[in-house]
Design a protein around this ligand. Sequence first.
Ligand code: PEP
Length: 255
Amino acid sequence: MKKKIIIANWKMKLMSAESAGFVEEFVKIYKSNKKMEAVLCPTFISLQSVAAQLKDKEIFLGAQDCFWEEDGAFTGEVSPKNLKELGCRFVIIGHSERRSHLLETDEVVHNKVKAALRQGLVPIICVGETFEERQEGAKDFVVMNQVTKAIEGLELDAEDQLIVAYEPVWVIGSGQAVAPEEAEHTHQVIRQVLIDHFEPATVKERVRIIYGGSVDSSNIKDFFAFQNIDGALVGGASLEPETFNNLIQQASQVN
Ligand code: PEP
């Protein structure tokens, strides 16, 4: 059975010393369990030191982005091969902040997903509608389109895994998550797109659909109670070790 997963996205918020301090505390209080995987996604600069701190701990490492080529003349970019070498298992791709501030297109996202899979990384593909798109009644269409473009023509090899993170852009960092029932509906829509593309068994065994957007320890159980919600991507509530650990413990109580 697939485990549920909780992923901390630290964005550009924790500097190196703060990341080190977080991990030092977190490894003391975090108790791994059979139902759940925990992932930390620090900045690129902190990956190497966090990787060393997580050695032999049952906590996974993820990056917040990667480039779509393995190596070459791409000044300032970070290779998925390099991420793998540093010990990353996961990589966030197409976060709405990158789509809006760095103008990442669906094509860029698609190429990054392919590059990550080539390295055996698990891509966390972020999709979600803006408030305006929602007001136009286009939410499901926008999400279906983003997922389709990200996975078009893609095949998953035996060892490959994929995560789709549904993150309504307008609730990220707002302190107000969408209703869990609504997230569940959108997750069903996403699952259908995935089933139409991959074999149903592949989706069941190797693809997880997770929710992100103002998740915290007070609402995580409500999301995890739904069948199609396989985990959470957490921003603000992942920045303090006790808060993040409490969130994971709450989630672990849901059957
Ligand atoms: C995010 O940016 O991926 C996110 C989910 O942020 P927050 O939890 O702060 O809404």
